[in-house]
Every structure is written in structure tokens, then in C-alpha cells.
Ligand binder design. Structure first.
Ligand code: NAI
Length: 330
């Protein structure tokens, strides 16, 4: 039995976490789940979005599966996701996305985005200036080197062929310039893996025109956030793609989507992204067998396309869709 922390989160979080728990149990995953609050739900109960007990539990068990959380836009508390990443130095955000037969508008996508998770504009240092505000974009050699090495090591371990650096070094000559310079320097240590780079605007065009040309992408925080959502769109939407936030000691697995307040409580959310996060988590803790079982069942359900949630053009509820995945487990 492996202990993990389960964070239900807000909005559709509890619905997709419950669906994921059902699939994990049906697949025979040997997990002892410790449930804690996080996000707006935790805030209502305790006045904190990331309560101390939640932090202590993650510190103790080292692995968490997290539902999405609500973050107020333009005001209010800081993003819990950003807090978690900083609290546990979860420096690498790994977002694999690949096509699932008929439900994916693009059939030939198999791309892993490696996003730097601790700096760039996400440090949240904004200040008032005469006539407006300015924000600090921080790029350091230390954080850049470790994310670029992470991307190449990941590519090597998964037998991937190419790593592409995404940047805007033509305009941001110092910050993105450093990111690109370190990429080129470190790429030379991995002669067996091809390396190239693209300016972020061109990268977006390339991804919608020739996604099959791309393999592993490495990017500073903001570009990584944006391009990984774009890639999620290529394979069928946010409801399908997961992400892992990885540090030296702690790993937090989640869906890339948010709390979807527009459909919360309706029982129609697609649990696939969180299930994919659970698959990544099982691989991380060394239970590749159960991970593969769930992965295959999800793929079969999506490729067959008989029972799909409404974001994928079907009319199944979260419960019916989950039943179908459980039926497809073997
Ligand atoms: P969102 O990802 O929650 O929703 C965007 C659209 O996709 C909505 O129409 C929603 O219904 C749909 N959608 C998302 N997940 C779905 C699923 N599993 N099944 C079916 N449809 C799904 O993004 P939005 O609306 O911009 O943000 C809502 C809240 O989520 C905000 O407070 C935001 O800060 C937060 N957020 C949290 C994240 C996290 O916890 N990792 C990531 C992104 C946003």
C-alpha cells in the first residue's frame, strides 16, 4: 500500500476526483488516500487556501493527486497552484499530450511540454509605476539549467528524439536570451538527441500546422502554460490532458484544466484529464502495471467513442463515462 494525498479542490474537482477514485479502486491500485482540502473550499472552512495540515500531509507522503482549484482573477488570494509549486520547489511541470483517435481534431500529436514552474512572470512581483503597473520576469541560470537538463534527461529516458526550446529571445534578449543560451550549451551534452528552437509566436503557428514535427518542448513558465493548453486543444481539449509538478522530493499530479465553474455540480465533467494524472502518478510510484491498465481503458473508451462526455460531443454523464472506463479495464 502506498500513501498518497488526495486534494479534491473546487468546482468540478470533487466530481472528477470521485470518478478517479472509482477507477483506481476498480483497477486494483494499492493506494491509501489521505484527503485534505485546498483552494476556495479550504478558504471557506479555514481562511487559508493552502491550510497547514495540507502542506504537512504533502510533506509527509510526498505524492499528491490534486483536483483543480479556483483562483480569483485580478484580485484576491494568490494561486494555490503557484503556492504549492513554491512551497515544495516543484520546478518541473510535465505535460504530455497525444491524439486519441476520433475524439482528437488532430490525429498525429504526441508532444510533451516541459514547463519551468518556479519563475518567469509567475513570481507575481508587480508594482505600481507612473500611469500603470509593471511586472518582473525572472529567469535565472540555476532554474534554467535544471529545467533544460530535466527535459533532455526525460527525452533520453523515454527514447524521445528531439527537444525544442521555446522563447522570445529576439525581443527579451537578456531573460529569454539566457534561457536559449543555456539550452544550446546543455544540448551539446546530449548528442544523441536533436535540439532546435522556435520563437514562441512561430511555435504556435507550427503547432497548429505541423504538430507531427514536434516531440519534447522546453519553455519558460508563461510560454509553457500557453502552448500546453494550445496542444491540449489539438488533441481534444482541456478535459483530456494531465500535468505533473515535480520537485526533488515531492510530486503533485493534476489535470491541466481549471475548476470549470460553468459546469460544476451538473455531473457532466470529463474525468479523463485527472485519470491521466493518476496514470502519471502510478508510473511515478512504480506501479506501471496498474497505470498501463487504466491508460488502455481510457484510450479504448475514447477511441471507440460510444460513451463520451459533452465536451467531446457525447451526452454521457461523468458517472456513465466512468462506468464505461471501468468496463474497459482488463
Ligand atoms: P477551466 O479550465 O476551468 O474551463 C475552461 C472551459 O473548459 C470551460 O468551458 C469548462 O467547462 C471546460 N472544461 C474544463 N475542464 C473540463 C472537464 N474536465 N470536462 C468538461 N469541460 C471542461 O478554465 P477557466 O474557466 O479559465 O478557469 C476556472 C477557474 O479555474 C479559475 O479560477 C482559474 O484560475 C482556475 N484554474 C485552475 C487550474 C488548476 O487548478 N490547475 C488551472 C487553470 C485554471
Amino acid at each position: 500500500m502506498k500513501d498518497i494525498v488526495l486534494l479534491k479542490g473546487d468546482g468540478i474537482g470533487p466530481e472528477i476526483v470521485d470518478a478517479t477514485k472509482r477507477v483506481l479502486a476498480a483497477a486494483g491500485a494499492e493506494l491509501r488516500c489521505h484527503e485534505f482540502d485546498v483552494g476556495a473550499t479550504a478558504y471557506e472552512k479555514t481562511g487559508e487556501t493552502l491550510p497547514k495540515e495540507t502542506v504537512e500531509a504533502i510533506k509527509k507522503y510526498k505524492v499528491a493527486l490534486k483536483g483543480p482549484v479556483t483562483t480569483p482573477i485580478g484580485k484576491g488570494f494568490r494561486s494555490v497552484n503557484v503556492e504549492l509549486r513554491l512551497a515544495f520547489d516543484l520546478y518541473a511541470n510535465l505535460r504530455p499530450a497525444y491524439s486519441f483517435g476520433g475524439v482528437s481534431p488532430y490525429k498525429n500529436v504526441d508532444i510533451v511540454t516541459v514547463r519551468e514552474n518556479t519563475e518567469d512572470l509567475y513570481i507575481g512581483e508587480e508594482k505600481e509605476i507612473n500611469g500603470g503597473y509593471e511586472a518582473i520576469k525572472r529567469i535565472t541560470e540555476k532554474a534554467t539549467d535544471r529545467i533544460i537538463r530535466f527535459a533532455f534527461d526525460y527525452a533520453k529516458s523515454r527514447n524521445r528524439k528531439k527537444v525544442t526550446c521555446v522563447h522570445k529571445a529576439n525581443i527579451l534578449k537578456k531573460t529569454d536570451g539566457l534561457f536559449l543560451e543555456r539550452f544550446r550549451f546543455i544540448a551539446a551534452e546530449y548528442p544523441e538527441i536533436a535540439a532546435d528552437d522556435k520563437i514562441v509566436d512561430n511555435m504556435c503557428m507550427q503547432l497548429v500546422s505541423y504538430p507531427e514535427k514536434y516531440d519534447v518542448l522546453v519553455a519558460p513558465n508563461l510560454y509553457g502554460d500557453i502552448i500546453s493548453d494550445l496542444i491540449a486543444g489539438l488533441v481534444g481539449g482541456l478535459g483530456l490532458v494531465a500535468g505533473a509538478n515535480l520537485g526533488k522530493e515531492v510530486a503533485v499530479f493534476e489535470a491541466v484544466h481549471g475548476s470549470a465553474p460553468d459546469i460544476a455540480g451538473k455531473g457532466i465533467a470529463n474525468p479523463t484529464a485527472l485519470l491521466q494524472a493518476a496514470v502519471m502518478m502510478l508510473e511515478h510510484i512504480g506501479d506501471g502495471k496498474t497505470a498501463e491498465k487504466i491508460k488502455k481503458a481510457v484510450e479504448k473508451t475514447l477511441v471507440e467513442g460510444k460513451v463520451l462526455t459533452s465536451d467531446l460531443g457525447g451526452n454521457a454523464t461523468t458517472e456513465k463515462f466512468t462506468d464505461e472506463i471501468i468496463k474497459n479495464l482488463r
